[in-house]
Every structure is written in structure tokens, then in C-alpha cells.
Design a protein around this ligand. Structure first.
Ligand code: GAP
Length: 446
């Protein structure tokens, strides 16, 4: 089994991620997240907020609506431009993204009469046509064009059409940013590679507004800043790189884009994009809404339309990169173990309390009181099922960095054993020192 398949299996068995609506056959491109998956996603989001929003003074938060009127996406250009090239097999009716097909993502393709054949059944493919990726629905009881609305394909537009509010209630000066974490929806032609390309996902986006002539400098700043964040998360420098887009690859709104890519099992691929969106969005929303979205520059006494630098990444895509980066197998006491070597600050469960198997009431009471105390400050679980070896393996497989064992010596001298997941090294620590010990190991200044 390859690494990705193993991760898919562990994710499902241990409750990180599983296909949505599985008992009804599932729905391609949609996933549900279990307890550990939600905890991991929450940690990712918290670390992003700490780095992008809370350690700075010039970034504000927003949570805008997921559904929007057609006008937004006419103005943003998504209705005309947000499309992928689609081909369909005339025989098996499977649909493919033509650019991915030609790049070899579906394996080697056969060519007949200068045209590629279906990689599944070797049938003829239709001519390429453009397929819009937005999900359309209707707001209200009448399904007519006036009621047509769209699920947002990026969180960014909610930031742009609210720009004026932020000028009013923050009274801030350029440069400043508005950040948002929230769901986006794309009717991807071929959802793929587990949670890498899905149809419903969460984005973490920052729109950083600058004076036009300072935009290049801020673009470079955010590329460097975001790249550093990945290193702080613990990614090996060998598995992370920056890639500059050539002109042909640029989205309809961008004049410069650099991706932060991860070395996935199928090759280098995007985890985050940093784009210079210029004044494209504010200008278009001004024009379509007839609202003045300009900024009055006090120094020049002139109105300007700010430029926007946008670092944007998907929570699920980063989560997959994290699962791949930290998954390991090693041998302990001649037994192979699956282990997620998450840095402690990323681990969904930080501490497991594992009491010695005993029916002695004083030991059980002591173990539970230690557990409930630790649980006040850390993500902790209590596990009293099975041999200690089995319990360690279960925690290793979900990446719990610290296991605390409580035994009869605890009752005598108020010490417990702390076992380190990676080295399996054990040390005895005073109960009243354990919280500081864990805090110091788990906290990160990002
Ligand atoms: N607002 C800019 C924007 O949306 P994008 O490159 O299309 O740019 C940004 O998306 C990030 O969102 C990507 O780098 C990726 O992490 C995530 N993303 C995009 N499409 C995705 C999909 N179908 N499934 C999972 N994540 C996706």
C-alpha cells in the first residue's frame, strides 16, 4: 500500500476524514471530518490566525455570506472566466479536465488521428469546451433568473464588496488587510487525490490592500512571510518550494502569482497561492454596484483604488500535506508502528492519560483526577483499555506526542511517567510540574 492509501485508511479508521454520505454511496468530492480531523483543522486555523491576524495590528477579521447574488460574480469575472477545459468520452461518458489529461495526470494517453483517447476505455473524446466551476442555486421559492444565486468559489469577494464598511469602521490607513476563514465551493470536473481537490473546502484568505506603487514590495513581503510559516509548522525545506507563474497560468485577476508547493506523492503541487490582484476587484465592484470603493490618500489628497495582495490557502489541502509530511513507520521492540510525528503544537490530541490496569479504587481515583485537571488546559484523552503497549500504539497512530502513565508509585511519591512518542523515552515527573512541562513542549510562538 502506498503512503497516500495508508493515510486514507488511517484517516477513516481513526476518525480524521471519511467520504461524505458514505451509507448512501458517497458523493464525489465531498468529505466529512471526524473528531480528530476537526481538532487538526482547528489547530491549522488557529496557527494561521495567530500568524496572519493576531500578531499584527493592521489585519481585521470578517465572516461574509457563503451565498451571493449573480451580480457579485459578474463583477468579479467568475461567471465568464472561472472555468476549466472539459472533454467527455463519447463511449463511457467519463469527463476529464483536458489540461490535466494532456499533462498525463490520468496516466499515459493513447493518441489516434492526432487526438487523445479516453484513458479509461480508449473511446473517442469530445471537443474541448469550457465548464464553469460555480455552483448555482435559487434563493426563495421561485426558481427564475431573478432568484439565481451562487455558492462562493472563493471567500475573497465578500471582503471586496465590504471594503467600504472597513474603511468606515476601522478608520485605518493603507496598507491594511481583511482576513477570512470559511467554506468555498467549486464544481471541480475531477475531484482528486483524497482531500487535495474537493468540491467543498475551507479557505484561509487575506486580502491586503496597499497603495498601487507599494504593491510589489508587499507582494514580496507576503511571499516570504507565508513561506516562513510553512517552515515554522515543521515542513522539511526539501518538501516545500516557491513557484512563480508564467503569464499564461495567471488567473483572470492577477498580474503576479507565486505558489507555495508541497512535494506530494504525485509531484509538486500547490498548497497556497500568493497573488497580486491589482485594483481589479475593487474597480469592478465599484463599476457594477455604482458604489465608490476608492480610498482617499491624505498625503496626496487624491482618491485611489488600492491594489490587493492575496495569500490564499485551503485548510484541507494543507491538512493533507501535514498528514503526508509527518506520517512515519518505524520499529519499536521488533514491532512496526504507524506514527504521525506531528509537532506537538499540531497534534489533535496532545496528551493521553494511561492508568495502570488495576481495580484498586485509589489508583483509579488518582488517575481520573490527574486526567480532568490536565484536560482543563490540554487536548487530552483517557484510555484504560488493553495492554500498555497497545495503548501506546493507538496514540502513536494518531500522533499524540505525550502519554502519561499512572501507577502505584504515583500514589507513593506523586510522580507520573511521561513517554515521548518519537523517542519512546520515559521520564518520571512530579505531578505538580506536569502542566508546565507540557505547556513548554506544546506551545509555539508562530
Ligand atoms: N482567492 C484566490 C483563490 O481562490 P485559488 O488558487 O483558486 O485562489 C486558493 O485557491 C487555495 O485554495 C489553493 O491554493 C488551495 O489550497 C485551495 N483550493 C482551491 N481549490 C481547491 C479545491 N478544489 N479543493 C481543495 N482546496 C482547494
Amino acid at each position: 500500500m502506498n503512503k497516500l492509501d495508508k493515510i486514507i485508511q488511517i484517516s477513516k479508521n481513526r476518525g480524521f476524514v471519511f467520504p461524505a454520505a458514505e451509507i448512501y454511496g458517497g458523493l464525489k468530492g465531498f468529505y466529512d471530518f471526524g473528531h480528530l480531523g476537526v481538532l487538526l483543522k482547528n489547530k491549522i486555523k488557529k496557527l494561521w490566525l495567530q500568524s496572519v491576524v493576531f500578531k499584527r495590528d493592521d489585519i481585521f477579521l470578517i465572516e461574509s455570506s457563503l451565498i451571493g447574488p449573480k451580480k457579485i460574480y459578474e463583477a468579479s469575472g467568475h461567471l465568464n472566466n472561472f472555468q476549466d477545459p472539459l472533454v467527455e468520452c463519447k463511449q463511457c461518458h467519463q469527463r476529464f479536465r483536458n489540461d490535466h489529461l494532456l499533462k498525463g495526470e490520468y496516466g499515459k494517453i493513447e493518441i489516434k488521428n492526432n487526438k487523445p483517447l479516453c484513458p479509461l476505455c480508449k473511446g473517442q473524446l469530445t471537443e474541448e469546451k469550457q465548464f464553469n466551476l460555480m455552483f448555482k442555486t435559487f434563493a426563495g421559492p421561485v426558481e427564475n433568473s431573478a432568484a439565481e444565486v451562487y455558492l462562493r468559489p472563493e471567500t475573497a469577494q465578500g471582503i471586496f464588496y465590504n471594503f467600504k464598511h472597513y474603511l468606515n469602521f476601522t478608520r485605518t490607513k493603507l496598507p491594511f488587510g481583511i482576513a477570512q476563514i470559511g467554506k468555498s465551493f467549486r464544481n471541480e470536473i475531477t475531484p482528486k487525490n483524497f482531500i487535495f481537490r474537493v468540491r467543498e473546502f475551507e479557505q484561509m484568505e487575506l486580502e491586503f490592500f496597499t497603495k498601487p506603487k507599494e504593491s510589489k514590495q508587499w507582494f514580496n513581503f507576503w511571499v516570504a512571510e507565508r513561506y516562513k510559516w510553512f517552515l515554522k509548522l515543521g515542513f522539511n525545506q526539501k518538501n516545500i518550494r516557491q513557484r512563480k507563474y508564467n503569464k499564461k497560468e495567471l488567473a483572470h485577476y492577477s498580474t503576479a502569482t507565486i505558489d507555495i508547493e508541497y512535494k506530494f506523492p504525485w509531484g509538486w503541487d500547490e498548497v497556497e497561492g500568493i497573488a497580486n490582484r491589482t485594483d481589479y476587484d475593487l474597480k469592478n465592484h465599484s463599476q457594477y454596484s455604482q458604489e465608490d470603493l476608492s480610498y482617499f490618500d491624505q498625503t496626496t489628497k487624491k482618491k485611489i483604488i488600492p491594489y490587493v495582495i492575496e495569500p490564499s490557502l485551503g485548510v484541507e489541502r494543507l491538512m493533507l500535506a501535514i498528514l503526508l509530511e509527518f506520517y512515519n513507520e518505524d520499529t519499536v521492540k521488533e514491532e512496526t508502528r504507524n506514527i504521525f510525528k506531528f509537532p506537538p503544537f499540531l497534534a489533535p490530541i496532545e496528551v493521553a492519560v494511561l492508568p495502570l490496569l488495576s481495580n484498586k479504587q485509589n489508583l483509579i481515583k488518582k488517575s481520573q483526577s490527574i486526567y480532568y485537571d490536565i484536560k482543563q488546559n490540554f487536548q487530552a484523552v483517557y484510555d484504560e483499555n488493553g495492554s500498555i503497549g497497545k495503548r501506546y500504539r493507538r496514540q502513536d497512530e494518531i500522533g499524540t506526542p505525550f502519554c502519561l502513565t499512572i501507577d502505584f508509585q504515583t500514589l507513593k511519591d506523586d510522580t507520573i511517567t511521561v513517554r515521548d512518542r518519537d523517542t519512546t523515552y520515559q521520564e518520571r515527573i512530579k505531578i505538580n510540574e506536569i502542566k508546565d512541562y507540557l505547556k513548554q513542549k506544546i506551545e509555539i510562538n508562530i
